[in-house]
Design a binder for this molecule. Structure first.
Ligand SMILES: Cc1cc2nc3c(=O)[nH]c(=O)nc-3n(C[C@H](O)[C@H](O)[C@H](O)COP(=O)(O)OP(=O)(O)OC[C@H]3O[C@@H](n4cnc5c(N)ncnc54)[C@H](O)[C@@H]3O)c2cc1C
Length: 469
């Protein structure tokens, strides 16, 4: 459809500040955090559900792709327009609609920013316990889209464990609620779980009801450094076998420690193979006791410079290194930048040491730095690869390296993505990792969205439209 016609159609739904076909604006929406770039045909910013419904009906009539977008912090190309079409930006639908403490839930519009929700809930002593590193930027809709998680998944699970209800606009414009406002239901297929992690390919989510929990009374942190990666794996397993479930267990590999020291020399972290950070929470008494137990488990497994605290300010200090790693990664080699490829594998806990060693081996083989950190408590590692972006040879090497990382994760019984999603970045691995799942996904997608207007080109789903099944 030509630009003038598209503009005409959009102007029947949106006021002039809520849609654009301006080239500069479209360019700004052509990317997320991944390496992919595709320019959309238009961008709209709905202010209410009715506008979303009208837009979907229009797209359905004219076969125009729709790409829902929260904040565009996704790392897999999920919110970009591979086949052109309209980006549906939820920035303006950012209201917290209802807090129902008696029923332990909160209902929000999709565009609410994660940190804003938790700031709001904090005044009532509650929280939404899934905490991504992008909390200050990412939207709840985007978290549902990608089934995001983060630091505290070890104890609290991921977004999919908290969604009670979703209001969705289906690809033909029908509106429906997929869940229920009660804490549990066994009524029919679990379509909530189908939509959580569907990356905008099945419909547009306009309203989300989340289960909330009381903020724990106290927290403790233990940190320690290790000279042997095998011992880190053992320390993690020993924490669990001591019947302790920490809120978070985070790892900074040797490469990440070096990056942090370069970025902020005053941190002065010791030269070590890796650093472990363990966060415990619960009642004051229980936290004091389990923090001490974890301290001893780390020491028994060879940790040095081990520290523990249950005091707020000291806790923040111990977390500082982990907080800096994202920004610090690119300091490892001058002129190199971080690219989000091969950066979200999740492996069995028993294979963590093997994975760390493999990543070091691959870094040497390709002569590209890989800064490794992650949520080791659930086996989720973020190997941040660095390249010279203006060097074509590096892009070629990046492809091969990222393929080797993903394939290694599959070979040892892991997955190519723990929390960032498939999108474009990992689409080619789904067939290999979970062939039957992809086959069923394609059938479901075709049944719900026969015209393939919802976020086409993602998750290797387009293949389903080429068969007659
Ligand atoms: C510095 C940094 C740290 C990060 N840390 C973490 C982390 O700890 N844990 C983690 O899980 N992720 C992390 N991420 C990745 C990212 O922030 C998450 O995937 C987040 O959930 C994306 O939210 P968003 O609002 O930016 O979504 P977007 O990137 O805009 O969209 C993500 C996907 O959701 C779909 N979508 C968005 N809104 C809707 C809607 N209303 N209806 C239907 N589909 C929709 C999109 O189409 C897309 O497929 C990090 C990213 C960065 C840059």
């Amino acid at each position: 459809m030509n630009k003038a016609k598209l503009t005409d159609l959009l102007s029947t739904i949106f006021d002039e500040k809520s849609y654009s076909t301006d080239e500069a604006v479209l360019f700004a929406y052509s990317m997320d955090v991944s390496i992919h770039e595709y320019v959309p045909d238009a961008v709209v910013l709905p202010e209410n559900r009715d506008q979303v419904v009208q837009l979907v009906k229009l797209a359905h009539t004219y076969n125009i792709p729709l790409i829902p977008r929260g904040s565009g912090t996704g790392a897999s190309g999920g919110a970009i327009a591979v086949h052109g079409g309209i980006i549906v930006d939820f920035t303006k639908m950012n209201k917290i609609l209802n807090l129902d403490i008696e029923n332990l839930q909160v209902t929000v519009e999709s565009g609410v920013i994660h940190a804003d929700l938790n700031k709001y809930l904090e005044q009532f002593g509650f929280f939404f316990p899934v905490i991504p590193g992008s909390s200050d930027m990412c939207s709840i809709g985007g978290m549902v889209g990608n089934s995001a998680s983060g630091l505290r998944a070890v104890k609290y699970g991921t977004t999919k464990d908290y969604v009670l209800d979703l209001e969705v606009v289906l690809p033909d414009g029908k509106i429906g609620n997929l869940g229920s406002s009660v804490q549990k239901t066994a009524s029919g297929y679990d379509l909530i779980r189908l939509f959580v992690g569907s990356e905008g390919t099945l419909g547009i989510i306009t309203k989300i009801t989340l289960k909330i929990l009381p903020i724990p009374e106290a927290r403790g942190v233990v940190s320690g450094f290790f000279n042997d990666v095998e011992q880190i794996g053992k320390a993690v397993v020993n924490i669990f076998t001591a019947k302790i479930i920490p809120a978070a267990i985070e790892l900074l590999d040797k490469s990440a420690i070096q990056a942090i020291n370069l970025y902020k020399p005053t941190m002065n972290l010791p030269d070590a193979e890796a650093m472990l950070l363990v966060e415990l929470d619960g009642t004051k008494e229980s936290v004091i006791s389990i923090t001490k137990k974890v301290y001893h488990i780390l020491k028994e497994n060879g940790a040095f410079q081990t520290e523990m605290t249950t005091k707020d300010e000291e806790r923040q200090k111990l977390w500082n290194a982990r907080k800096l790693v994202g920004a610090a990664a690119r300091r490892v080699r001058d002129g190199y930048a971080r690219v989000y490829e091969g950066e979200d594998i999740t492996v069995p806990l028993s294979k963590i040491a093997k994975t760390l060693l493999k990543l070091r081996e691959l870094s040497q083989e390709f002569n590209l730095p890989i800064v490794v950190f992650g949520h080791i408590g659930d086996g989720n590692l973020h190997p941040a690869i660095l390249i010279q972006k203006n060097n074509p040879e590096h892009w070629e090497k990046l492809n091969q390296l990222s393929e080797k990382i993903h394939e290694f994760a599959i070979e040892i019984g892991g997955t190519v993505t723990g929390e960032h999603g498939i999108g474009l970045t990992r689409a080619k691995y789904l067939q290999k990792e979970r062939p039957i799942v992809l086959e069923l996904m394609r059938k479901i997608k075709k049944a719900i969205d026969p015209k393939n207007i919802m976020n086409p080109g993602k998750m290797d789903l387009d293949g389903g439209y080429n068969s007659n099944e």
